[in-house]
Design a protein around this ligand. Sequence first.
Ligand SMILES: [Zn+2]
Length: 419
Amino acid sequence: MSIFLRNGLVYTGGEFQKKNLLVKDRETIIQTDQCPDDAEVIDCTGFHILPGLIDPHVHLREPGHSEKETILSGSKAAAHGGFTSIFAMPNLNPVPDSVEHLNVEQNIIDRDAVIGVLPVASITQNQQGEAISDIAALSMHTILFSDDGVGVQSEAIMEQAMKEVARCHGVILAHCEDNRQVARGWRINAGHKAEELGLIGVNNESEASEVRRNIELVRKTGCQLHICHISAKESIEAVRRARKEGLPVTAEATPHHLLLCEDDITENHGRFRMNPPLRSREDQLALVEAIQDGTVTMIATDHAPHTREQKDTDLEHALNGIVGLETSFPLIYTYLVKTGKITMERCMELMSINAHQTFHMKEHGLELADLSIWNLEEAYQINPDEFLSMGKSTPFAGQTVYGRCELTISKGTIAYRRN
Ligand SMILES: [Zn+2]
């Protein structure tokens, strides 16, 4: 079955042009005015047609925590947000630390996912940081390795893992958190807001010291390294230096770290609780600068759903993590593109093109007929009740944004359609 997209404003070569597109046989997208008789015709007049978005950092919670999210609900939420490929983080039960455990997750993906879901295997067994996973065997199934949720504390273990991942031509996605620097019981950033609310804060160094250590290990091992959800200005500076030096280091930033800081914590509520926390205004500005100058090359949501009870409480008792798949593009478009802080071209690099290149997705058969189609004119308020994700907690609820996803096509198939 083919899909004929009539009269859309198609993003090509940095600008929008009115065109007709044919998504042919679930495989290719061609520009043509010839509509085959058997094609489904979709009128895209007034809509903007963008590449399918890629999110390299999502928690789908299944297997193991399907009271928070499932591969079905999470992938539907992703499609609703215009995403056509997402990476699923390994803090699951079982942790995908062996092919046997990875297959438990892969079987659910094969059965339920409505878009491309790429499983990320764990760096260490059961994510406990003590012994590395079966990286050689796992690398036949994924090139992505992470212990996201926790930092790998032992330098020797991380070095061993990086050597093995490098040998297998994989990539380490590093959640950088040095437990020696972390204040036990931290809830938000160490700063004026923590003092004001009487909460324990966590400092920038807890992230930056492990970012620097991991970069040193890249120098030693040659392993490709991607820094997850970078948030501290000191970490950004370390990545900037590494990239100038030509080391294979990339980094991602979340919409919440780009658009909010600790000053925006307006009340003592769990929707402001995440790891890393909202940092200082200075860190936030450094992060925006980093996406402008190409130090940080990807935007990732770190979509991390929890149950209502786990989030609708105060900062002391809430769990870390907010949802982001269904608000990421509208937020970035509204507050960074429309305000002129970044161009649409840079936005597409950050939300699609760079991930595709950095993670060698084409070589792995992921050059797909993937598109996201948007009404960029319509303003609306973010309403978590409209999310397809089971998670509803976001600090952006009620915020006015532009950009409604009208249609998402993943692998040539309609994954989301607005009714
Ligand atoms: Zn993380």
